[in-house]
Ligand binder design. Sequence first.
Ligand code: R5P
Length: 284
Amino acid sequence: MIVPGSSSQLLAATLAEETGRPLATPTYDRFPDGEGLAAVPDFDDDEATIVAATDSDAAWVELLQLQDAVREAGAERVTTVIPYMGYARQDESFGDGQPVSARAMARAVSTGTDRVVLVNPHEAGVADFYDVPVETVDAASVLAEPLPTDLADPLFLAPDEGAIRIAETVRDAYGTGETDYFEKHRDRDTGEIEVSPSDAHVEGRDVVVVDDIVATGSTMSESVAVLNDRGAARVLAACVHPMLAANAVTKLRGAGVDRIVGSDTLERGCSVVSVAPVLADALD
Ligand code: R5P
């Protein structure tokens, strides 16, 4: 059975349809003292595939409870799909006395599962923190599907060099266009982003800025603003993980983004395409 975490109910349902597996209906309750209680009253299978984005501390706890609950209900084999892995940016200790948070989370999750499937983790190395087999899935290709079919002389642009591979994947799936990347500098104290334009010609072209995640939206909105200043026809934002924290959407709108295209690894208003087909292949 497919077992959804509360943050991944749409994706889990789509994955159940895609794989033909039954969908469990967990309950997500909370005690008066604030403690959560996730349960699987209708679970009845030897195999459980838990699908749970860990985009909050509560979601991590819920995932651990679901893992334990399916074992209690008789699951002999547990697969844990983490469509969006929170804490993946804390992949090292950044100062004296600080934890490697991604490792701490991975170790905890490993105790309740036989294997883990991650979708585009922010740092690939976090897969090594798990004590069970991990498969990392690149779902960036699905972002091409909801893009307009009439993009004019498209440029798929990564806001930093680290995202160029994702931009190339989306371009390849779209079928035409160039790729390029900006140089990015983030001020450690203020968090402010500065992007240095590449010398790519953008005037009159449709530009798709592609990144793995839009979190605060600073990187994406700065990129969109620069491209609009340089005369791009339309500037679209595409990301696997539309975290869109705080005022990210407003920042992007203010920068003049044409549209935001995200996947359902995080369920937001702009999650217009599903990673379920890619996950279904991985689970085969
Ligand atoms: C950086 O390495 C990532 O690929 C993203 O560009 C970054 O995490 C986005 O963060 P924010 O939306 O807060 O600028």
